[in-house]
Design a protein around this ligand. Structure first.
Ligand code: SF4
Length: 298
């Protein structure tokens, strides 16, 4: 049976920074701790796993790969890492950057070449955001590659702030209390997707990426704009964090501390059974309490 063992190391004790100690060390320790804790809490990586790290060329996926490679050296389980990038053939994509960087690390890697850009720009009318279809096609190509090559886990670079933003997008625009989980099985049941940066703050990742001078490839080469709703939620979160520092962390912690009996979903908590009489009495009494909703005008 495979084992899941904690990979995280204790947080460093608070101490006065030694002159000349680069902040990057502190950030790296914090990120390793958070990633290790997420891996342990959600059983993300097991002995013998083949982990495919999806690398877009953005700060998040560079940081994910970097921290996983550090953890791999002292992890209590043995797992392999392969970095995989999808070259979507956006105009101006600097295709030499990632191979050069990955070769310099000595990490196993593969670049998939698939022209999803032409598909997206053909299907989406000019001026509309292309990101949603582009991401779906990217996901499809990466999952297909993972299946063909026997990867047991697909690691994505989403972080704490992405998890919180998705929660608010679903809340505000889809009337759902639902988010982006740190670990999930893909819809087709074939893949386990993990998000080891689930506890890491975007600001820390940005600072780390800058300090490490990762060769960032911007995700706006295609000229597409971010979805307006996501933009609104991002602005709201940044404003909250400015007004009340620590609020995003509080919300992120709340996502892991859910009390179904304090919400209103009878599928998650047996409200009907609460203080009810016999099952027969409940079944008789219930239908009388509401009319059927009016039929929709066609
Ligand atoms: S900005 Fe362009 S490349 Fe990036 S996700 Fe959106 S459509 Fe795709």
């Amino acid at each position: 049976m495979s084992t899941v063992l904690p990979l995280h190391e204790p947080l460093p004790r608070a101490q006065a920074p030694r002159p000349g100690t680069p902040d990057v060390q502190k950030l790296a320790t914090r990120l390793r701790h958070q990633v290790g804790r997420a891996i342990a809490d959600f059983g993300m990586i097991e002995d013998g796993d083949k982990v495919m790290v999806c690398l877009s060329g953005g700060k998040d996926s560079y940081t994910l790969l970097d921290i996983l490679l550090q953890l791999q050296k002292k992890a209590p389980v043995s797992f392999s890492i392969t970095a995989v990038n999808l070259d979507q053939k956006q105009p101006g994509f600097p295709e030499h950057i990632l191979p050069a960087y990955l070769a310099s690390l000595g990490v196993d890697f593969h670049i998939i070449e698939q022209d999803t850009y032409s598909v997206v720009s053909r299907v989406i009318p000019e001026g509309k955001t292309m990101c949603s279809l582009c991401s779906r096609l990217r996901r499809g190509a990466l999952y297909t590659y993972a299946e063909a090559n026997g990867f047991t886990k697909i690691a994505l670079g989403h972080h704490r702030d992405d998890l919180v933003a998705t929660f608010f997008l679903n809340l505000f625009f889809h009337a759902k209390l639902s988010g982006m989980p740190p670990k999930l099985r893909s819809d087709d049941g074939k893949h386990v997707v993990i998000r080891p940066l689930a506890y890491a703050a975007e600001d820390d990742i940005a600072a780390y990426a800058q300090a490490k001078a990762f060769p960032i490839i911007p995700c706006n080469l295609c000229g597409s704009q971010e979805n307006l709703q996501r933009k609104q939620v991002g602005l709201m979160m940044r404003q909250w964090e400015r007004d009340t520092p620590g609020r995003i962390e509080t919300i992120a912690r709340a996502l892991g501390d859910i009390r179904p009996s304090q919400l209103s979903d009878p599928k998650l908590f047996d409200f009907l059974g609460l203080g009810a009489g016999t099952a027969a009495a409940t079944a008789v009494a219930r239908p009388a309490w509401h009319d059927d909703p009016p039929a929709q005008a066609s």
